[in-house]
Write a protein that binds this ligand. Structure first.
Ligand SMILES: NC(=O)C1=CN([C@@H]2O[C@H](COP(=O)(O)OP(=O)(O)OC[C@H]3O[C@@H](n4cnc5c(N)ncnc54)[C@H](OP(=O)(O)O)[C@@H]3O)[C@@H](O)[C@H]2O)C=CC1
Ligand SMILES: O=C([O-])CC(=O)C(=O)O
Length: 265
């Protein structure tokens, strides 16, 4: 592809996910995209241009969010209204019905979601086209320290972090799961988007002191068949809450969205 046809990418956030995503784009490893710069809350010593969101919107064709649900809440509508496309990794923000409705109406930029830490979403989305799912359950198992939340009491946190055996931290709807554990259960939202129905998806979250790998088991039953996907990811070396594969999922999603070359969809 001629360089002029490459799309200019801005990366929002530079943590465990954003730092790897920015470095890979900058190294020329995403077909059809060049790194224009990163959008940060405070300047850092980085080998890329750093700009405000306003500057980014003048210069970028696509913004890749790697910054959390709150950042999507703050910036997504403006990005889409400015005509830039937006790739979101903090998919759980879509659990907020009102916000999701606003995003669906926002444009002309296009909104994409990355599959993130889980797989099987392609098959679930294909099955949902054939007919409805009757039951979908996600069971996630993570290290206890990664699951403490600001809304928990000190007693709850202590119980969570001191337990020698697996403890059920949450059992309920995917919608509530994605909101109560905004840095840990975006996967629940990704599954709900794939099956096209939040209400059919439930989540069980286990804090397990022996969970060296982060586990997500997705079990689904519907018109197209019965599915079970078992995922055991190495946690990121930079952020144990996040699976190490997630930035690579973002890069795969980005390249697919840019559409500069053929390949597995
Ligand atoms: N769909 C999925 O499977 C997964 C999704 N995620 C999502 O990805 C997000 C990022 O994960 P990860 O990289 O591991 O997190 P990190 O904490 O390592 O990095 C977060 C980055 O985002 C920046 N940031 C945080 N809040 C805002 C904001 N309101 N506006 C702008 N920038 C902000 C931080 O900046 P600063 O240094 O200034 O704080 C930091 O650079 C998670 O919060 C989660 O929502 C994560 C894992 C899996
Ligand atoms: O990285 C993971 O395994 C899942 C995660 O944090 C999320 O869905 O927010």
């Amino acid at each position: 592809m001629a360089r002029g046809a490459e799309r200019r990418i801005g990366v929002l956030g530079h943590g465990a996910i954003g730092s790897l995503v920015a470095a890979q784009i900058a190294a020329g490893h995403v077909a059809g995209g060049v790194l224009e710069g990163v959008i940060l809350r405070r300047r850092q010593d980085l080998p890329y241009e750093q700009f405000s969101l306003d500057e980014a919107l003048e210069r970028c064709d696509m913004i890749v969010e790697c910054a959390g649900q709150q950042a999507v809440r703050e910036h997504a509508v403006r990005i889409l209204e400015a005509g830039a496309d937006l790739l979101v990794i903090s998919v759980g923000v879509m659990a907020d019905r009102e916000f999701a409705a606003r995003l669906e109406l926002a444009g002309p930029g296009r909104l994409y979601f990355s599959s993130g830490a889980v797989g099987g979403l392609d098959l679930l989305a294909s099955g949902a086209r054939m007919g409805a799912f009757s039951e979908v359950v996600i069971t996630t198992r993570k290290l206890p320290a990664t699951l403490a939340q600001p809304w928990m009491s000190q007693a709850q946190r202590t119980e969570l972090e001191s337990s020698a055996a697996p403890v059920e931290v949450y059992s309920g709807s995917a919608r509530q799961a994605a909101q109560q554990f905004p840095k840990s259960l975006n996967v629940a939202a990704a599954v709900a988007l794939a099956v096209g129905n939040w209400d059919v998806v439930s989540v069980r979250l286990l804090a397990d002191p022996d969970a060296a790998l982060t586990e997500h088991v997705i079990e689904a039953r519907g018109a197209s068949g019965e599915y079970s996907f078992s995922i055991r990811n190495q946690p990121s070396a930079h952020n144990p809450r996040t699976s190490g594969v997630v930035p690579w999922a973002v890069l795969r999603s980005l390249e697919t969205a840019l559409g500069a070359r053929g390949g597995l969809l």
